[in-house]
Design a protein around this ligand. Structure first.
Ligand SMILES: Nc1ncnc2c1ncn2[C@@H]1O[C@H](COP(=O)(O)OP(=O)(O)OP(=O)(O)O)[C@@H](O)[C@H]1O
Length: 215
């Protein structure tokens, strides 16, 4: 599996937020985006996920089981700022929806809902409405969504917001295991995720649009 971004630029409203962003991530590789609020981290992740159009450049994916011309978004989990769960449905119903809706991408298989809940440290409460849970518990179950359908690419926007220290470690372990199994991860974060050897990109926002930011 190889995820390639070439000469990406993106615009929000009238403004170019970044230009000339290129990278290549193979099996087991991660990219961590850092930078101040408003510097374009979410914008870049959304372009890679196919949720926003690029102004120029393109993102492509290649590898075993990937038909040429496939969109990277089809092989990706996108964990955004919002948890993408219905408050009125139980945790189990929410996760079951995502499991059926997403299905497994070629090359891997997912956990059961119960195992995913155990893995995020919240086994036994999947019968509760999502809206009853604390912010940190909700975020843990949003993370469980990554486990109930297989996707080789994880696109993570502030994944550890609202998490306590033990959940931070749990999440770092999950990402490390995903990479060890040949996955790819991209994460925007203000907190260290403990990903040894990850490529780093510091976004600079408008001021940096003419800079070649990639090492
Ligand atoms: N829908 C929109 N229309 C116009 N401008 C937008 C829109 N969404 C974001 N922006 C602008 O794009 C810039 C980049 O925003 P983005 O959300 O990518 O930053 P970020 O680095 O992820 O910030 P944060 O750390 O606060 O999450 C900001 O200046 C923001 O105001």
């Amino acid at each position: 599996m190889l995820l390639t971004a070439e000469s990406l630029a993106a615009r929000r409203g009238e403004d170019l937020i970044f230009v000339n962003v290129s990278f290549r991530l193979g099996r087991g590789e991660a990219l961590v985006l850092t930078g101040p609020n408003g510097s374009g981290k979410s914008t870049l992740l959304r372009v890679i996920a196919g949720l926003l159009p690029a102004e120029t450049g393109h993102v492509s994916i290649a590898g075993e089981g990937v038909e040429s011309g496939s969109r990277p978004g089809e092989f990706s989990h996108y964990l955004g700022h919002r948890n993408a769960m219905k408050k009125e449905l139980t945790v189990g119903e929410n996760l079951r929806f995502w499991q059926v809706f997403l299905g497994d991408a070629p090359g891997g298989s997912a956990m059961t809902i119960e195992d995913a809940a155990d893995t995020v440290g919240l086994g036994g409460i999947t019968h509760l409405p999502f809206g009853y849970l604390s912010a940190g518990q909700q975020r843990r179950f949003a993370i469980a969504k990554l486990l109930v359908a297989y996707r080789p690419i994880w696109i993570l926007d502030e994944p550890t917001a609202a998490l306590d220290a033990s959940a931070d470690r749990m999440f770092a372990d999950l990402v490390t295991r995903h990479l060890a199994a040949g996955g790819i991860a991209l994460a925007a974060t203000h907190q260290p995720l403990g990903l040894e050897g990850a490529q780093q990109l510091r976004m600079t926002g408008f001021a940096g649009v003419d800079a070649e930011v990639w090492a």
